[in-house]
Design a protein around this ligand. Structure first.
Ligand SMILES: Nc1ncnc2c1ncn2[C@@H]1O[C@H](COP(=O)(O)OP(=O)(O)OP(=O)(O)O)[C@@H](O)[C@H]1O
Ligand SMILES: [Mg+2]
Length: 487
């Protein structure tokens, strides 16, 4: 029955057996482990032996690895030659796996390669991932505890788990193998990556964000960065439970979002900005029309009335680009109650500020900045870089009236992600935007294992928007703003 997914080719070519002699070099290398004095005339036997003996063990491992890699490469070629790829689409996973296992078994016996059952099971799985998935990346993509996958050339794959970066034992056979996987990803979304077009953004079929940069711009081999898409988004309750912010802060944020303050989530790379934005959006009512604009659609709002937009780069002929700014301008004609921009990083800042200032209260976005003050400067810079000739004071007054709240997300050294500050914009004094911090994370110490100790606290300042909250039915107890003393 397995012949169903096979090409109707004639006899299986047994030619690839020729690969075996190539993989015999280990045997050639073996005598080197115990060199005869006449083989190495420049060294005495006593000098040579210990060095060779020491080198022998890792060598054998390395050789075995190389042999396995060559074997995998061969098997992969065979699978592609033998499988009827168009028939694969209709095959069930079980059928496919059994078909691949059969072809692998046949090939191994033809090649006279003996593996134990564990090695064989691993090989079968890897071959399945090679043909149907993204090869060595596949187990990492399927592992829900992995947040980020960062590939630095074929031999180094880092992953981020629980906020910590670690080197994984995943490797690619060589740069060509890595490039083939990159190509598989980008060609699936109709893009290309090569020397003349050396970097690319894409979204994997599971929603993960993908970026690749290939040599020669990437100096030591292709660089790949993947931000895994989480099916289960972290809710406000989850985030409170994980210690990302306190229940008091959650109460405050609920009031802020529900009463339509314009919120900016600021933070560094991977600090949890998108996660925070997504969680905050849960406070938006179901009777509102929300439009989201992103470069890579990551947000997953729970509301029933959501229109999602994703910008796109130009195609290979340099045509068809739709920027976030284009989406934003169009969004204003789509009768939104609120607009959410995944990340403001360029000229769209102008339209975002205008939208916030002209009746689309309750809009939200994220920016890359290290503090609320820094966030304001980033906004000013973005306006300047968008080529708008406006006096700084005018820009500031636009920002000051558009933005109500800046929420700072941070990834601390111990890998934990916390909302380190909630700051309100209160107005302008002369040329300066005035702000007041309402909540912050106070660090109190460090455990020997590097865990950061600390707690969330109010600053003792009552919200500038307390009356607004009250008018809208969110009469927050003033005790939530109290300072919490450290232990
Ligand atoms: N409080 C948290 N606790 C545990 N994991 C978190 C927390 N916040 C975010 N994460 C996880 O950290 C990763 C990065 O989060 P997120 O995508 O929100 O960051 P980001 O600041 O938007 O990153 P980028 O700058 O790359 O857009 C995600 O995998 C997310 O699930
Ligand atoms: Mg993000």
């Amino acid at each position: 029955m397995f012949a169903r997914y096979r090409k109707n080719t004639q006899a299986q070519p047994v030619k690839s057996v020729k690969a075996i002699p190539e993989r015999e070099e280990p045997r050639k290398a073996a005598p080197a482990a115990a060199p005869q004095p006449q083989d190495a005339p420049k060294r005495t036997a006593t000098q040579a032996k210990p060095i060779a003996a020491r080198a022998a063990a890792p060598d054998r491992n390395e050789q075995r690895k190389q042999r396995m890699n060559a074997l995998k490469s061969d098997l992969h070629k065979r699978l592609l030659e033998n499988l009827n790829l168009s028939a694969l689409e209709t095959a069930s996973e079980a059928e496919l796996r059994s078909e691949i296992n059969t072809i692998v078994a046949e090939a191994l016996s033809e090649m006279d390669v003996v593996l134990n059952s564990e090695e064989r099971a691993t090989l079968n799985k890897e071959m399945y991932f090679e043909v149907m998935g993204l090869g060595p990346l596949e187990p990492l993509l399927q592992d829900d505890s992995v947040n980020d996958i960062l590939v630095n050339g074929p031999k180094q794959v880092f992953i981020e788990r629980a906020g910590k970066l670690q080197l994984s034992d995943v490797t690619f056979r060589d740069e060509r193998h890595l490039l083939r996987i990159i190509d598989k990803i980008v060609s699936a979304v109709g893009r290309r990556v090569d020397e003349s077009n050396p970097y690319v953004d894409a979204r994997l079929s599971d929603g993960s964000r993908f970026n690749a940069m290939v040599p020669p711009v990437a100096v030591d081999g292709s660089l790949v960065s993947i931000r895994k898409f989480k099916k289960e988004k972290l809710s406000v309750d989850d985030l409170v439970r994980f210690g990302a912010f306190s229940p008091e802060m959650a109460l405050y944020l609920e009031a802020a979002v529900a009463t339509r303050l314009n919120v900016i989530v600021s933070g560094g790379t991977g600090s949890g900005k998108t996660t925070t934005l997504n969680a905050l959006s849960s406070f938006i009512g179901n009777d509102e029309r929300v439009l989201t604009i992103e470069d890579t659609a990551e947000l997953q709002l729970q509301q029933i009335h959501v229109g999602r937009m994703e910008s796109r780069p130009a195609n290979m002929e340099g045509k068809g680009a739709v920027t976030q700014r284009d989406c934003l301008r169009n969004a204003l004609r789509m009768r939104p109650d609120r607009i959410i921009v995944g990340e403001t990083r360029g000229e769209e800042v102008i339209d975002m500020l205008q939208a916030m200032n002209t009746g689309h209260d309750g809009s939200m976005t994220t920016i890359h900045a290290n503090s609320a003050r820094d966030g304001i400067s980033r906004l000013e810079n973005m306006v300047a870089m968008a080529g708008i000739e406006m006096p700084l004071r005018a820009v500031r007054s636009q920002i000051g009236s558009a933005v109500h709240l800046i929420v700072q997300a941070s990834r601390l050294q111990d890998g934990s992600r916390r909302m380190t500050s909630i700051t309100e914009i209160t107005g302008m004094e002369g040329d300066i935007i005035t702000m007041q911090e309402i909540f912050r994370f106070e660090r109190t110490g460090l455990e020997p294992d590097g865990t950061i100790l600390g707690h969330f606290t109010g600053t003792g300042l009552r919200s500038h928007y307390a009356d607004r909250f009250k008018r809208w039915g969110y009469d927050l107890p003033t005790s939530i703003y109290d300072e919490v003393r450290g232990h």
